[in-house]
Design a protein around this ligand. Structure first.
Ligand SMILES: Nc1ncnc2c1ncn2[C@@H]1O[C@H](COP(=O)(O)OP(=O)(O)OP(=O)(O)O)[C@@H](O)[C@H]1O
Ligand SMILES: [Mg+2]
Length: 341
């Protein structure tokens, strides 16, 4: 009786701790809480750290903080690099969802990188427990992405998922609820932003921050060569004169910066298909490739990968929510994924 009452009140959670965005979904709700994975930390003279802002409130602080304040991204390339801050972020999200009811101890299902080490897995588990979880289950991210994109991951047939995240692009072939072959392309969407920053510095002697580069990517970026050349203005600081100035940037400029990333993703897809057993390779030729992750929204990425690999490629619906949707499905029905160990 007590257990069922507790079960009724405990709001079980699905969690996707991403490099750029942290997503949390209640078992009982279709809504996804989506916050940038950024935490502002104040360090006093004694070196004590105090958290002053989270998520969308902390993100504008990136690159704009005074000496005693830092805007920290505790996950890099999909991996937890600052456990204390990750735990604080999780606690913040859980509290925001549950209100002040600290006594509610939810079950949590969390996506973890396929190649996560035992130490990383333990750290994610510990962070969730410190944030109040009474039980933690982990799902490999590619499995979650496949489930969330509606792929038949349980069947004895290969399906290929390309998750273009903020910190990395993970290419994975799934079959029989497992990962058969995989490759990671470093950089992800944030790497694309950095490529735009470098292009502006080298070609225009213009210094801009990553958020401005991301805006250009979203506004003008294309994975395939843009037939019509649109433009946008970007503000920055002249590397030579040191003064602020703005420049008109074209979609073709941005495409030039992004192209090596698109090539690297296509190359990884080819490599993974080549490394898979022949039967699985044949399945992929039939079933094709599904794109997930926020980076999959880059214009024409599906077309560019189709042209480079010769495989059918489609973008998942709401690709940025594929992983959290998959994790949520496991929360709802634990039989959908059971870890081998
Ligand atoms: N319309 C768009 N065009 C291109 N890129 C986009 C678009 N919308 C979002 N992105 C990029 O998607 C990336 C974030 O994707 P996502 O939220 O899936 O990453 P994440 O899950 O936090 O990271 P990771 O899975 O690597 O840990 C960012 O780099 C963002 O700039
Ligand atoms: Mg992700």
């Amino acid at each position: 009786m007590l257990a069922s009452v507790l079960g009724l009140f405990s709001q079980d959670l699905a969690v996707d701790l991403g490099t750029s965005n942290t997503r949390v979904q209640l078992r009982t709700s279709p809504l996804v809480a989506d916050e940038p994975t950024v935490v502002a930390v104040h360090t006093d003279r004694a070196g004590r750290r105090r958290i002053t802002a989270f998520g969308s409130e902390a993100r504008p602080m990136l690159g704009r903080t005074p000496d005693d304040l830092s805007a920290i991204q505790p996950i890099r390339a999909g991996r937890v690099v600052d456990f204390e801050v990750t735990e604080a972020l999780l606690l913040h999200l859980v509290r925001r969802i549950h209100g002040r009811s600290a006594w509610i101890r939810p079950r949590m299902v969390v996506a973890v990188p396929h190649h996560a080490s035992d130490m990383e897995v333990r750290a994610v588990r510990d962070s969730c427990e410190s944030a109040g979880a009474r039980e933690v289950r982990l799902v490999p991210r590619p499995i979650a992405a496949g489930l969330g994109a509606g792929l038949p991951i349980h069947e004895p047939s290969g399906t290929l998922v390309v998750d273009v995240g903020g910190g990395a692009t993970e290419v994975s072939i799934l079959s029989l609820s497992g990962v058969v072959a995989s490759a990671v392309v470093p950089g992800g969407g944030e790497g694309m932003d950095e490529a735009i920053v470098s292009m502006l510095e080298e070609d225009r002697s213009l210094l801009v921050g990553r958020p401005s580069a991301e805006r250009l990517k979203i506004e003008l970026g294309t994975a395939a060569f843009p037939e019509t050349d649109r433009t946008a203005t970007v503000k920055g600081r002249c590397r030579v004169a040191g003064i602020p100035r703005s420049e008109l940037i074209s979609a073709r400029d941005v495409h030039r910066a992004l192209r090596p990333h698109v090539d690297a993703i296509a190359e990884a897809v080819r490599r993974v298909v080549d490394a898979a057993p022949p039967e699985i390779g044949a399945d992929i030729v039939d079933q094709g490739v599904v794109l997930t992750g926020g980076g999959a929204k880059l214009r024409d990425l599906d077309r560019a990968l189709r042209e480079r690999t010769g495989l059918p490629v489609v973008c998942a619906e709401a690709p940025e929510h594929a992983v959290i949707t998959g994790v949520w499905r496991v929360l709802e029905d634990p039989d959908l994924y059971r870890a081998a160990s």
